[in-house]
Design a protein around this ligand. Structure first.
Ligand code: PRP
Length: 210
C-alpha cells in the first residue's frame, strides 16, 4: 500500500527565480564589461570577495573577465545588537595592501546596503586608486541606506532567496539556480527540509541537472 503524503510536496516551498542559464549569461556579460574596464588599468585589479556568499559568483565572474586579477577575501559580521545600525566587526581582514590599486568589491547580494556602505567606507580609507562594487543581486526595495553600486547582475524582488552562494542557516549555497522561498516559516521550522528534494530526488522536474 502506497503512503499518502501528509503534506504538500516540499518543492512547493520554493520556486526558481533565476536559473543557471540566466545566471551564466548575465555573469558572462558582467565579466566582459569588467574585463574591458580593467584591461585599461596599469596593474591588475584586486577583487574583494565578501565571505561567504560571494565566493561562488566571484569564481565564475573572474573566469569571465579574461584578464589577470588578484583575489582577496574579507569576512565581516554585524554586532547582534546593532544589526540594523550598520555597526560591524571585521572577522577576517584582507591580506593585500590596497594603496594605489584598483579595487572591486564583489557581493552576492545588496539588501539594506549597510554592509556595502561599511565596506566602501573602510576600504576607501585604505587609499585605493579606484573603488567600485559589483553585486549579483540587488534587492533595491529593501535599501535603508543609499550606496553606490557600479555593476549589478539582477534586480530582485523582496523575497528570500537561496542557492548559488545564498544560504538559509548555512544550507543550500551549492544549489546551481537561485530559488525564491515561498514558505519561509515552514523552512525556519525545519531548515534542512528542502535538502532531500533539492539534492537527492532526481525526479522529473528536479532543478538539478541529470
Ligand atoms: C549577505 C551578503 C552581504 C550582506 C548584504 O551576507 O553577502 O554581505 O548580506 O546585506 P545588507 O545589504 O543588508 O547589509 P550574509 O550576512 O548573509 O553572510 P554570508 O554571505 O556569509 O551568508
Amino acid at each position: 500500500m502506497s503512503e499518502i503524503p501528509a503534506v504538500a510536496p516540499r518543492e512547493d516551498a520554493v520556486e526558481t527565480l533565476i536559473d543557471r542559464k540566466a545566471l551564466s549569461g548575465r555573469i558572462s556579460e558582467l565579466g566582459r564589461e569588467l574585463g574591458g574596464h580593467y584591461a585599461k588599468a596599469e596593474e591588475s585589479p584586486i577583487l574583494v570577495g565578501v565571505l561567504k556568499g560571494s565566493a561562488f559568483f566571484l569564481a565564475d565572474l573572474i573566469r569571465a573577465m579574461g584578464i589577470d586579477v588578484v583575489v582577496d577575501f574579507m569576512s565581516i559580521s554585524a554586532y547582534s545588537a546593532g544589526a540594523q545600525s550598520g555597526v560591524v566587526r571585521i572577522v577576517k581582514d584582507l591580506e593585500e595592501d590596497l594603496t594605489d590599486r584598483d579595487v572591486l568589491i564583489v557581493e552576492d547580494i545588496v539588501d539594506t546596503g549597510l554592509t556595502l556602505n561599511y565596506l566602501r567606507r573602510t576600504l576607501g580609507d585604505r587609499s585605493p586608486r579606484s573603488l567600485q562594487a559589483v553585486t549579483l543581486l540587488d534587492k533595491l526595495a529593501r535599501r535603508i541606506v543609499p550606496v553606490d553600486l557600479e555593476y549589478s547582475g539582477f534586480e530582485t524582488p523582496d523575497v528570500f532567496v537561496i542557492g548559488y552562494g545564498l544560504d538559509f542557516q548555512g544550507l543550500y549555497r551549492n544549489l546551481p539556480d537561485i530559488l525564491a522561498v515561498k514558505d519561509l516559516a515552514r523552512l525556519a521550522n525545519d531548515p534542512a527540509m528542502l535538502a532531500s528534494d533539492l539534492f537527492h530526488n532526481k525526479a522529473p522536474g528536479s532543478i538539478l541537472a541529470p
